[in-house]
Ligand binder design. Structure first.
Ligand SMILES: [Zn+2]
Length: 42
């Protein structure tokens, strides 16, 4: 989904701007969509 509010991504520490695609991580916190998708998966 798209962010509605400005917040901070706890995964990468960068700002999440409104309109950015975000996702919940396995702890239930909102992070960037690309931050929750683990690129190291086999
Ligand atoms: Zn992030």
């Amino acid at each position: 989904m798209k962010a509605k509010f400005k917040s901070a991504c706890i995964s990468c520490g960068q700002l999440i701007k409104p309109g950015k695609e975000i996702s919940k991580n396995n702890e239930g916190s909102w992070v960037h969509k690309h931050c929750v998708e683990d690129p190291d998966l086999p």
